[in-house]
Design a protein around this ligand. Structure first.
Ligand SMILES: Cc1cc2nc3c(=O)[nH]c(=O)nc-3n(C[C@H](O)[C@H](O)[C@H](O)COP(=O)(O)OP(=O)(O)OC[C@H]3O[C@@H](n4cnc5c(N)ncnc54)[C@H](O)[C@@H]3O)c2cc1C
Length: 446
């Protein structure tokens, strides 16, 4: 045990859903908790697409970790990026060479976007995993409309075509929200815009959208997307992304300046630096208790953990799973401090939801003990989606702010968060404006 502290020290790396749930569940435990995160905020990733499409402000879905832990006497926060762990000494190091000792370690650093080796994704596509990325997409999309306003001919070279790759919940929600932004807000903001010449294209490698959902809900989602003007291409793979186009299997090209890659995730690269066993997508192998085999007191939760449901399928990488795992690990740490036997983790599936636009969402909610699920769609699914997401947000201010923004959008058909900061030539897409005699900067990935 750590010599210079009275109580055992639990270090939690990552203040996402899993890490924060573990920290909060330890509030009455006789331990010192240190939460380390490379950002200073907890991020509600399920609503990132709304920041990217100007419906919400970044501060609506981010919450300072220090504010979350303020009233928790046994917890502290450190902003730092963890780069390695010395298992023999039981200490970890941050990028600025800070050394942190631990008695228990909870690894909760989540996942990153996977490009599956497709050429051009890393340099020319946008990803949606952080607030910086969401605001970059927002600025980029809005800049396309400014460029079209200055010179409508740029529509022909892809300025009016927005491609989303991956039709899981994130891709479906983003494509629907982009279409709404164009057909409601942009159509009004730019009176000369020929809305019919813009396109939102959703590309999916599998044969249907929302693969994990019941096929009937997938069909309803697809129909609704089509009614909203989204072109849905299923069974098609993107083989290359260039600055001005995507290439599909078979060689077909779609001219576009905007590609958002929402096709999947892989484990945080930190996992590969720890010398622990990883499964195929890089997730760290854990035992039933969520402990790393052979490393007592080292736990993994959330998207990073290769936890299995009853020894079978991998637990899905979703927020409720991360929260359940965080709480479970907190309880096991307390048990182990008391010398009690550890309990295995049991995942409780809370179902899945995706909203497709105003008045439309699909939801698949398991009915406990029956092996069946309740399917909702349309306005009922949408209302449930709104309520659940509001409840899941951290902080009263954020809930109120999101509620106000949604109400305003609903009543006024407007999007409040449409400021673009910086000069036009700083932006990836806006090559139409050589500004103030400065050379036109080469296009770089945002
Ligand atoms: C766009 C998007 C939409 C989503 N929509 C949904 C949805 O609708 N419903 C749902 O259930 N799930 C959704 N998810 C998935 C859900 O967000 C994740 O399953 C969940 O966030 C996993 O929680 P976690 O604690 O494992 O990791 P995260 O919440 O990702 O937290 C990881 C934390 O670790 C920190 N970190 C990373 N590396 C380091 C390091 N080296 N050192 C220190 N800190 C580090 C990060 O800053 C972050 O705060 C979505 C994800 C995305 C990206």
């Amino acid at each position: 045990m750590n010599s210079n502290v009275q109580r055992p020290r639990v270090v939690i790396v990552g203040a996402g859903f899993g890490g924060l749930a573990a920290a909060q569940a330890l509030r009455r435990a006789p331990v010192e908790v240190l939460v380390v995160d490379r950002t200073n905020h907890h991020l509600f990733q399920p609503l990132l697409y709304q920041v990217a499409t100007a419906a919400l402000e970044p501060a609506d879905i981010g919450y300072p970790v220090r504010a979350v832990l303020r009233r928790q006497g046994n917890a502290r926060f450190l902003r730092g990026e963890v780069t390695r762990v010395d298992w023999a000494e039981r200490r970890l190091r941050t990028v600025d060479e800070r050394v942190i000792d631990f008695d228990h370690l909870v690894l909760a650093v989540g996942a990153v976007t996977a490009d599956f080796g497709v050429p051009g994704v890393a340099t020319h596509a946008h990803t949606l995993k952080s607030l910086e990325e969401a605001t970059t997409i927002r600025a980029h999309v809005l800049e396309q409309f400014e460029a079209i306003d200055r010179d409508p001919a740029v529509i022909g070279s892809g300025a009016g075509t927005f491609v989303v790759v991956g039709a899981g919940p994130t891709g479906v929600e983003l494509a629907g929200a982009l279409s709404e932004l164009i057909h409601t807000v942009m159509a009004r903001d730019l009176p000369d815009l020929d809305v019919d010449s813009t396109r939102v294209v959703l590309v999916e490698g599998a044969d249907r959208v929302l693969g994990p959902f019941d096929p009937r809900l997938s069909s309803r989602a697809r129909e609704h997307l089509s009614r909203m003007g989204v072109e849905v291409l299923t069974g098609r793979s993107v083989t290359r992304v260039t600055p001005d186009a995507i290439e599909l299997d078979g060689g077909e090209q779609i001219a576009t300046r905007t590609v958002v890659w929402a096709a999947g995730v892989r484990a945080n690269p930190l996992a590969a630096r720890l010398g622990l066993t990883q499964e195929r997508s890089g997730r760290l192998v854990v035992d039933e208790m969520l402990q790393v085999p052979g490393h007592r007191g080292v736990w993994v939760v959330g998207d990073l953990a290769a936890a299995r449901e009853g020894g079978g399928a991998l637990v899905p990488q979703v927020a409720p799973a991360a929260v359940q795992q965080g709480r479970h690990v907190a309880a096991q740490i307390v048990r182990s401090l008391r010398g009690e036997d550890l309990a295995p983790f049991r995942y409780r599936d809370k179902g899945a939801m995706a909203t497709i636009g105003r008045h439309a969402a699909v939801a698949q909610l398991p009915i406990p003990g029956t092996g069946r699920s309740l399917h909702l769609s349309g306005i009922v699914g949408w209302a449930l989606w709104l309520v659940l997401h509001l409840m899941m947000l951290i902080g009263f201010r954020n809930r109120l702010s999101v509620l106000l923004d949604w109400t305003w959008s609903y009543m006024a058909g407007d999007r409040a968060a449409r400021l673009v900061l910086g000069r036009p030539q700083d932006r990836r897409a806006d090559r139409a404006v050589p500004s103030l005699g400065e050379p036109d900067a080469p296009r770089a990935a945002a």
